[in-house]
Design a protein around this ligand. Structure first.
Ligand code: ARG
Length: 578
C-alpha cells in the first residue's frame, strides 16, 4: 500500500473535477510537523497561480469535489491554501491489521513488473577485492533485493574485469611460479602476487616482452594460455565469493558476466558502427564523436572504441554489454552502480548506445553514482602505511570489534551464540554505515560511530528489534495469537501507526530514486516512534485491559516485522537477543 499514491490519485481526481488543468499536480507529502494532519496536499497554490485565482478559494473547490471514501477523516484548509489531511483512524487500523496478516506487510507487488538489470560489484580480477569495491557491492545488492521484493525481475550482472593487458604480466609470472608450486598456493594472496609481477614487469630484463607475448597469445585464443588464464580467474573469483558470503551479498556464480564474455562481439560491434557511420576512423583509431556531449566550444566528446594498434577498450566492452543487456536480457531499466569517477565514461556509453540504436528510449539507463569512502583524516580510506585496505581484513576487523562489544553487553552469552551475533552486528554495521549515507556523497568510515548502539546505526536497529521481540517472550504470547482491532487512542499510537503504514511508499521511493538511505532513515524514525510509543503506552503493565494489550502487541509485532523486513532488504540480519 502506498498512502501517498492513494491520496495523490484522490486529489488529482478532485482537482480535475474542479476544472484545474491536469499538469497541476496535487503535490501530496507526509506532514512535516505534528498538528498539521498526517499528510498535506499543496497543489492548490501552484494551480491558483497558474490560473490567476485565489488559492484558498481554489482549495475549497477541490475539497467540494474530493471523494474522502473511508480513508480520509477530514481535510482542513490552512494558511495560503495548504490542505491538511487527517486519515481515518479506523482505516489506518484496518491497514495495519492487513499488514500484520500478510508476509509482504501489505506492500503491493509492482503493478507493472519490469526487467531491471543491475551492474554491481564488478571487481577487477587481477587484484584482490579492496574497500573500493565495498560501496558498489553493498548498494547494488540492497537495490537488487528491494526491487525483487517489489516483484520486478532483477538480473544481476557482475561485470568482472577479467581481461586486458595486465593479465599478460600476471600470466607470465604465474607460469614461472607454477614451476615449483600449485596455483592455489601461488595465488593465495593476490595482492602480493600482483605486486611481484609488477616489479618484474618494471625492472626485469625481458619480462615485459614476455608479458606482452602472453597478451597476444591470450587474445589469439592460444589454448595453453587460456588454460593458465582460466586458473587465475577461477582462483580470483573464489576470493570474491568468500567476500560475498561474508558480506551476506546475494551475488552468485551465475550472475558473473565478465568482460571476456564480450570478446567475440567486439570486432562485430566496431564493424557495425563503422558501417552505419556512427563511428569513424580518426588518426588510425576508431572513434565515436558525440555531438550530444559537446564542450562549450562545440567540440564533440570523443569515445575511442578501437586503438590504433587494433586493441579494444573498456568502452568497447561496455557498448557490447549495454547492447546485450538491452536485447538479450530484455532490460526495461539498467542500473550501473559504479563509482562517480566513471561518470563521463558511462555518460558516453549511454549516449552512444542510444545514438547507435542499441538501446531504445523506453529502456531507462541510470548511473547510480557513489562517493568515496574516507578515513577519519578526511582522506580516502587507507591502511596506516598508506596501502589499500583489503576487504577481507576490514570485514574480519568488523566482526572482531563487534564481538568485544556484544560480550561486554551480554556476558552470559556462550561463545558460539556470541560469535554468531557478532557476525551479524559487525557486518550489519559496515553495510548500514554505508547505506544510511546519501550515496552520492563521500563519507567517513568510522568504527566508533557505525558500531554505536545509539543513533542511526545497524546495532541500534538490531537492538530495537530484540527489545520488541522480548516483549512477546515476557508476555508468553505468539504474534499469531493476537486478536481484536488495532486501536489508536493516544497520539503516540497514532504516530506509530502512520509510520508503520508508510513502509510501502518508502520502498516505492527507493525503487524509483535508487537512494537506499531513504529506507534507513525510515527505519530509524520507525524505531524512534516505537520508543516514544513504548514510553507512553504500557503494554504489559497491570491495569491495561486485555483488548488494549492485544491492540498494542499488534503494533509491537508490526514494528518487529517491519524492522526485520526493512533490514533484510538492506542485506542485514536480525537476531532474537544480543
Ligand atoms: N571493473 C570496473 C572497476 O573495477 C567496474 C565495472 C563497472 N561496470 C561497467 N559496466 N563498467 O572499476
Amino acid at each position: 500500500m502506498n498512502i501517498r499514491q492513494l491520496l495523490s490519485d484522490k486529489f488529482q481526481a478532485a482537482m480535475l473535477a474542479a476544472g484545474i488543468p491536469e499538469e497541476c499536480g496535487p503535490v501530496v507529502a507526509p506532514a512535516k510537523k505534528a498538528g498539521f494532519g498526517d499528510y498535506q496536499a499543496n497543489g492548490a497554490m501552484g494551480a491558483a497561480k497558474r490560473m490567476s485565482t485565489n488559492p484558498r478559494e481554489l482549495a475549497g473547490k477541490i475539497l467540494e469535489q474530493l471523494d474522502k471514501g473511508d480513508m480520509i477523516e477530514k481535510v482542513e484548509i490552512a494558511g495560503p491554501g495548504f490542505l491538511n489531511i487527517h486519515l481515518s483512524e479506523q482505516w489506518l487500523g484496518q491497514q495495519l491489521w492487513a499488514a500484520q496478516s500478510n508476509k509482504r506487510l501489505n506492500v503491493a507487488a509492482a503493478q507493472e513488473p519490469k526487467t531491471v538489470v543491475i551492474d554491481y560489484s564488478s571487481p577487477n580480477l587481477a587484484k584482490e577485492m579492496h574497500v573500493g569495491h565495498l560501496r558498489t557491492t553493498i548498494i547494488g545488492d540492497a537495490l537488487a533485493r528491494l526491487l525483487e521484493f517489489q516483484g520486478h525481475k532483477v538480473v544481476r550482472q557482475n561485470h568482472m574485469g577479467d581481461w586486458g593487458t595486465q593479465f599478460g604480466m600476471l600470466l607470465a609470472h604465474l607460469s614461472d611460479k607454477l614451476a615449483d608450486s600449485d596455483a592455489e598456493v601461488a595465488l593465495a594472496d593476490l595482492e602480493v602476487f600482483y605486486r611481484e609481477a609488477k616489479v618484474r614487469f618494471d625492472d626485469e630484463e625481458g619480462f615485459a616482452d614476455r608479458a606482452r607475448g602472453y597478451v597476444v597469445k591470450l587474445q589469439g585464443g592460444d589454448e595453453q594460455c587460456l588454460k593458465l588464464w582460466k586458473q587465475f580467474i577461477d582462483i580470483s573469483i573464489s576470493h570474491c565469493e568468500e567476500i560475498y558470503s561474508k558480506l551476506n551479498v546475494t551475488l552468485e556464480q551465475g550472475d558473473i558476466y565478465a568482460e571476456s564474455r564480450y570478446n567475440d562481439d567486439l570486432p562485430v560491434l566496431v564493424k557495425e558502427l563503422l558501417d552505419s557511420g556512427i563511428a569513424v576512423e580518426d588518426q588510425g583509431a576508431i572513434v565515436i564523436f558525440l555531438e550530444e556531449m559537446a564542450d562549450k566550444e562545440g567540440n564533440p566528446s570523443p569515445m575511442i572504441i578501437q586503438k590504433k594498434g587494433g586493441g579494444y577498450l573498456y568502452a568497447t566492452t561496455d557498448l557490447a554489454a549495454i547492447r546485450y543487456r538491452t536485447n538479450q536480457l530484455n532490460a526495461d531499466r539498467i542500473l550501473y552502480v559504479v563509482d562517480a569517477r566513471q561518470s563521463l565514461h558511462l555518460q558516453q556509453t549511454f549516449v552512444a548506445s542510444r545514438k547507435a540504436g542499441f538501446t531504445p528510449e523506453s529502456t531507462a539507463l541510470e548511473h547510480c553514482t557513489f562517493g568515496t569512502m574516507m578515513g577519519d583524516d578526511g582522506k580516502p580510506f587507507k591502511t596506516r602505511s598508506g596501502g589499500t585496505v583489503k576487504l577481507a581484513a576490514l570485514l574480519n576487523e568488523a566482526v572482531e570489534r563487534a564481538e568485544k562489544l556484544v560480550a561486554e553487553k551480554n556476558p552470559e552469552l556462550d561463545t558460539k551464540t556470541c560469535a554468531e551475533i557478532a557476525r551479524k552486528v559487525g557486518i550489519g554495521a559496515v553495510k548500514y554505515a554505508d547505506l544510511s549515507k546519501t550515496r552520492t556523497n563521500d563519507y567517513i568510515f568510522s568504527w566508533e560511530s557505525m558500531l554505536s548502539f545509539e543513533g542511526n546505526t545497524a546495532p541500534y536497529l538490531q537492538y530495537a528489534y530484540t527489545r520488541v521481540r522480548s516483549i512477546f517472550r515476557k508476555a508468553g504470547i505468539e504474534p499469531s495469537e493476537l486478536k481484536g482491532n488495532i486501536q489508536l487512542e493516544s497520539p503516540q499510537e497514532r504516530a506509530l501507526a502512520i509510520k508503520l503504514s508508510q513502509f510501502g511508499e518508502v520502498l516505492d521511493q527507493v525503487a524509483k530514486d535508487t537512494f537506499p538511505h531513504v529506507l534507513c532513515t525510515y527505519l530509524y524514525e520507525l524505531a524512534s516512534a516505537y520508543m516514544s510509543f513504548y514510553e507512553a503506552c504500557p503494554v504489559l503493565k497491570e491495569g491495561v485491559s486485555e483488548q488494549q494489550k492485544h491492540s498494542r502487541l499488534q503494533l509491537c509485532n508490526l514494528v518487529a516485522s517491519t524492522i526485520a523486513t526493512g533490514l533484510d532488504l538492506l542485506g542485514i540480519e536480525v537476531m532474537e537477543q544480543m
